[in-house]
Design a protein around this ligand. Structure first.
Ligand SMILES: Nc1nc2c(ncn2[C@@H]2O[C@H](COP(=O)(O)OP(=O)(O)OP(=O)(O)O)[C@@H](O)[C@H]2O)c(=O)[nH]1
Ligand SMILES: [Zn+2]
Length: 375
């Protein structure tokens, strides 16, 4: 989990727009030019988008051979390192074909071609680390294909001539923080719920054009005292479809009932599907879990951290609601610690457990054993 500062930072104009546009380019399978951190500029292509045609196009624009950067957990899952490296690793091999890249970057690929033995494996530099962060922000598998850009003239001019979007590593590094501090309330309406009739829903939009986070305010919380609060990370499968793989649906409706019974409080519905890896990657994690991994291991095999969530958006929304102190409905010690780190006082942890349902025993046991959840 990123260690984000608790205090506001100056808003760097253009930061969100450049990164946001780069995310669309990467998701469409188009390279972007990343520069800064004292390194030679790089063309970045999401490994997930690599096919032979795109690789040929990348080679035509680049000025040197391509390399693949994988995260520490992914490299360990592949057996390339014995223990988890302290950061992403750069891998160079003669045969970095689309098939090899898929075998190395996509853990759900069933028919695996024999991957070329890496000729060199080295710690990624700061620019390469920023490239991995960029594809994580795009909610793609965290692996990137990189190639050196020609450096004869200004890289920005070259990128503009070639039609590549150009952005600086520092914009990527500041993105999550700037997006959190840019949250603005864009809508508010009364929505009576079957379990809590006096409810208002407020939508907060980040300036990056990203998905809104929601505050569900029940009753009229007295902000001069600790407010009963639930931070609920989005779970399309559990919240909406009633999936029995997890406990999210029970926790969502249970929190609304608990807050209504207490008279007032706030449920933040956070756009952090799949502990921050996105719905598509969560479905990939489920594939790995069906092959034997637990929920913690599956995230690592995909190349993510076990939990990718940040809590600065939650803290910022609470601040805008005038809530400084909370009684937090959770079993997750990390949420308590992170919220406090982001400047919100947690005066009490209120347990929030529900009985297992015949399908989620192993999931709940893993949360206790590996994430330190209170039972
Ligand atoms: N990556 C991944 N995410 C999952 C899996 N199962 C559920 N999730 C996600 O985990 C998150 C659960 O969020 P919460 O219930 O708010 O958090 P928690 O960490 O369980 O902590 P509590 O406050 O105790 O509930 C949601 O975003 C789900 O989509 C899984 O197997 N893999
Ligand atoms: Zn869930």
């Amino acid at each position: 989990m990123s260690d984000l500062p608790a205090t506001s930072q100056s808003y760097e104009p253009g930061t969100l727009e450049d990164v946001d546009r780069a995310l669309s380019e990467l998701r469409r399978g188009w390279p972007v030019l990343l520069h800064g951190n004292g390194e030679a500029p790089l063309l970045v292509l999401a490994a997930e988008a690599a096919n032979e045609e795109r690789l040929r196009a990348l080679d035509r624009s680049a000025n040197g051979r391509r390399s693949l950067v994988l995260t520490g957990p992914r490299a360990q899952a592949l057996g390339l390192t014995e223990t988890e490296a302290d950061g992403p690793l750069r891998l160079e091999a003669d045969d970095l074909s689309a098939g090899t890249i898929a075998a190395l970057a996509d853990p759900t690929a069933v028919a695996r071609p024999v991957a070329a033995a890496p000729q060199t494996l080295a710690m990624a530099n700061a620019l390469e680390v920023a490239a991995v962060e960029l594809v994580k922000l795009a909610r793609l598998v965290p692996a990137v294909l990189l190639a050196p850009a020609p450096t004869a003239d200004s890289s920005a001019d070259w990128a503009a001539r070639k039609g590549f979007l150009s952005l600086a590593a520092r914009e990527v590094e500041a993105y999550r923080t700037v997006a959190a501090f840019s949250l603005t309330k864009v809508a508010e309406a009364g929505v009576p719920l079957s379990d809590a009739e006096d409810t208002r829903i407020l939508a907060f939009r980040p300036a990056d054009g990203g998905i809104e986070h929601l505050a569900i305010v029940i009753g009229r919380p007295d902000t001069s005292r600790p407010v009963l609060v639930r931070l609920h990370s989005e779970c399309f499968t559990g919240d909406l479809l009633g999936s029995l793989r997890c406990d999210c649906g029970d926790q969502l409706r249970g929190a609304i009932r608990a807050i209504a019974a207490a008279g007032s409080g706030v449920l933040l519905y956070l756009a952090q599907e799949g502990r921050g890896i996105g719905l598509v990657n969560k479905l990939r994690a489920y594939t790995l879990q069906d092959r034997g991994a637990d929920t913690h291991e599956a995230n690592l095999q995909l190349g993510f951290d076990a939990d990718e969530r940040v809590y600065l958006p939650a803290a910022e929304m609470l601040r805008q609601l005038g809530v400084q102190q909370v009684r937090l409905l959770t079993n997750n010690p990390e949420k308590v610690e992170q919220l406090a780190h982001c400047g919100i006082a947690v005066t009490e942890r209120v347990p929030h457990s529900f009985p297992s349902n015949g399908h989620n025993e192993a999931y709940l046991a893993t949360k206790a054993a590996k994430f330190g959840h209170f039972l």
